[in-house]
Design a protein around this ligand. Structure first.
Ligand code: HEC
Ligand code: HEC
Length: 610
């Protein structure tokens, strides 16, 4: 953070005073370059002249040391990377005949706008005006889930960049650019390699604007004419090239990705059984609650209330599940890594369905035997005629059952989850006006809706809400209000990290049909303070029907949501939210808050239920 680079500054200033005081003009090429300079380049010429003593470089240029326009990059900025440490100071070349530009990008693997820039890096470097004079370094703040960046995440990132860049990890975002607080990513800091002075910083610049800006910086350093800034090329009168690409990539994908952990996931007979189980209230001992109690087709598969009520009132808002089969993690905190494992949660949750695996298995035996056996013939059902009416691990009567019986009961329970997941996988969302627009029908959106979409890009929403479901499936702290009945702040992701690997039903467990496809689930929560108060980015498809919004369901209208973002979430002192709003979330005014709404209202998700 800025504080820590200031810490470094003090030490540096002392070390540098000597070098700078004894500096004199350079000889050789550099002097020649300097004397050819234009008169208004005097300050630059002097700065670089001071750095070369008898043709040899001094230790480091003078301050002020800050990552801000006119500042000097602090010395000692070294970041771990997949190919060893990345030392920004290693590009310092005070005696080089011509300056190059060190271009440092702040990026996150979870960040859609960053991904676009990564995938189009080569074009920047191919620009003849830049003539091989750029040194690119990407500093990665977080991985695909927005967990703090690690070197394996950095090497995955590197493979996404279409050009050889150096990648370092900066999990604490120490390299944040001072003049751009809360700027959306990617940010670019552009540094002259002969003076280490920060020439400019830019946030999420259009690619063509960026290339011209870099060329202009080089021209100035060469003492040539500064290039006139250009306006970005736009499509449909409004969207820059990268925005246009990202809009086209929002087009709905109908089929969910395969789920190898559920061998029954795409069997029509499993989906047909799952459909019945989904709305069968008899699977709860009270006979009153089913999945459909809180995920109603008519409500976009959510329930329209702030926090749902099953057996009792729960602490979070029910998300729409129309597209759940496409998601990487389930629940607001991502505590399930497969759809079938998610479905087992509500049954044994005392507030939701108040049921148990033994109760469910007995219901299957008495009411669904033929349909169940037809699908799950590979794992015969146990004879439960002598078993108690219900029970789950922790209940004395259940724990006393023989292990084979308990395993067989759990197998039936898991298969129920897999059948329900098959049903959820069979849901198909219909294309909406955004899809028609993304498909090339420029009349599909009204001018107001297009304006909202352009604001959506401008204020940084597309960092996280991008792609066909308008989500990155990652976890972010944005200080939305708690929905807990006790009004305490909800810690979200950080509260579940430690226990994920040891959960009974995960993709790596014996209940999975493809343990090899499981993602690693070992996290060190202590190393991940940024995950406090972090929740999964929800899909935005379905918004017109899925309010109220946020994990606690406390925001009634879409305007309430955009106001929330415009103010960077609840303030830090407010006890009803936990964590800190992430650095790359920017403030924006009432105009922007209102302009966004017509676009969000476009995002219908009418669902076809087979
Ligand atoms: C009492 C209301 C209630 C019942 C009953 C219920 N759910 Fe939910 N569902 C919720 C709530 C609330 C959440 C969010 C909970 C959380 O994230 O901690 C949720 C989350 C989910 C999710 C994750 C969606 C996402 O985007 O993360 C899926 C999928 C889901 N439920 C499916 C089901 C299925 C299948 C059943 C029946 C086995 C079921 N639900 C029963 C209220 C309910
Ligand atoms: C850093 C990632 C990130 C950015 C940037 C971001 N969002 Fe979100 N969005 C999230 C997360 C995470 C949530 C859930 C937060 C919670 O409930 O705690 C969310 C929730 C929402 C919701 C509520 C959806 C629901 O079903 O409850 C809406 C609407 C929304 N965002 C719109 C926007 C808009 C508009 C912008 C730009 C102003 C934006 N988001 C910027 C990650 C992001």
């Amino acid at each position: 953070m800025r504080g820590s680079s200031q810490g470094k500054t003090l030490v540096l200033a002392a070390a540098l005073a000597v070098g700078v005081a004894s500096a004199s003009a350079c000889g050789g090429d550099d002097a020649a370059a300097t004397s050819a300079g234009r008169s208004d380049g005097g300050a630059d010429a002097q700065a670089s002249a001071q750095l070369c003593v008898d043709g040899k470089p001094v230790d480091w240029p003078a301050g002020p040391y800050e990552i801000a326009i006119g500042g000097t990059l602090p010395k000692g900025l070294v970041f771990e990377g997949p190919d060893g440490p990345v030392d920004l100071g290693s590009v310092f070349e005070p005696c080089a005949p011509r300056s190059r530009l060190l271009v440092v990008r702040n990026v996150g693997s979870w960040c859609g706008t960053c991904l676009w820039h990564a995938e189009h890096t080569k074009r920047l470097l191919d620009d003849p005006r830049l003539d091989g004079r750029l040194v690119l370094v990407d500093l990665l703040v977080g991985d695909e889930d927005n967990a703090p960046a690690t070197t394996p995440a950095a090497s995955r990132w590197k493979s996404k960049v279409d050009f050889a860049v150096k990648v370092g990890v900066d999990p604490k975002y120490t390299f944040s650019t001072a003049p751009l607080p809360h700027a959306p990513l990617p940010t670019y800091a552009i540094v002259d390699t002969r003076t280490m002075s920060v020439r400019t910083v830019l946030d999420n610049p259009p690619a063509d604007v960026l290339a011209t800006r870099l060329a202009s910086e080089l021209a100035q350093l060469d003492k040539a004419e500064r290039l006139a800034p250009i306006e970005p090329r736009v499509e449909d009168g409004l969207f820059t090239e990268e925005q246009w690409d990202m809009i086209r990539a929002m087009k709905l994908v109908a089929e969910p990705p395969p789920d190898p952990t559920n061998a029954y996931g795409d069997l029509p007979a499993a989906a047909a059984l799952g459909k019945k189980l989904f709305s069968d209230t008899a699977l709860s001992p009270a006979g009153t609650v089913s999945c459909a109690t809180c995920h109603l087709e008519a409500q976009g598969f959510a329930d329209g209330v702030a926090t749902s009520t099953g057996i009792a009132k729960v602490d979070r808002n029910a998300p729409s599940i129309a597209l759940a089969a496409h998601a990487r993690w389930q629940f607001w905190d991502g505590r399930a890594d497969t759809l079938w494992a998610q479905a087992l949660g509500p049954f044994e949750d005392g507030k939701e369905m108040g049921s148990s695996r033994l109760f469910v298995a007995k219901q299957i035996a008495s009411r669904y035997a033929a349909e169940y056996d037809a699908v799950f013939s590979a794992t015969p059902r146990p004879d439960l005629s002598a078993a108690p009416a219900g029970g789950k691990p922790g209940d004395a009567a259940y724990d006393a059952l023989p292990t084979e019986t308990k395993d067989a009961v759990t197998r039936v329970f898991v298969n129920v989850g897999k059948a329900i997941a098959a049903f959820e996988r069979s849901l198909r969302v219909r294309p909406n006006a955004l899809d028609r627009y993304a498909g090339g029908d420029l009349t599909a959106l009204t001018p107001d809706q297009k304006k909202g979409l352009s604001v959506f890009f401008r204020v940084g929403c597309a960092q996280c809400h991008f792609g066909p479901r308008l989500t990155n499936d990652a976890f972010h702290a944005l200080r939305f209000e708690t929905g807990r009945q006790d009004r305490l702040a909800d810690d979200g992701r950080s509260a579940v990290l430690a226990g994920l690997a040891t959960r009974e039903f995960v993709a790596s467990s014996m209940w999975s049909d493809a343990t090899s496809s499981a993602r690693p689930l070992l996290f060190d929560p202590a190393a991940m303070p940024g995950m406090t108060g972090a929740f999964k980015t929800p899909t935005l498809r379905g918004l017109p029907k899925t309010g109220p919004y946020g994990h606690g369901g406390t925001l009634t209208t879409l305007l309430d949501v955009t106001r929330h973002y415009g103010q960077r979430g609840l303030d830090d002192a407010n006890p009803t939210a936990s964590g800190k709003t992430e650095e790359w979330i920017g403030m924006f005014d009432h105009g922007g808050q209102h302009d966004l709404v017509p676009f969000l209202e476009v995002l219908e998700a009418e669902t076809d239920v087979p």
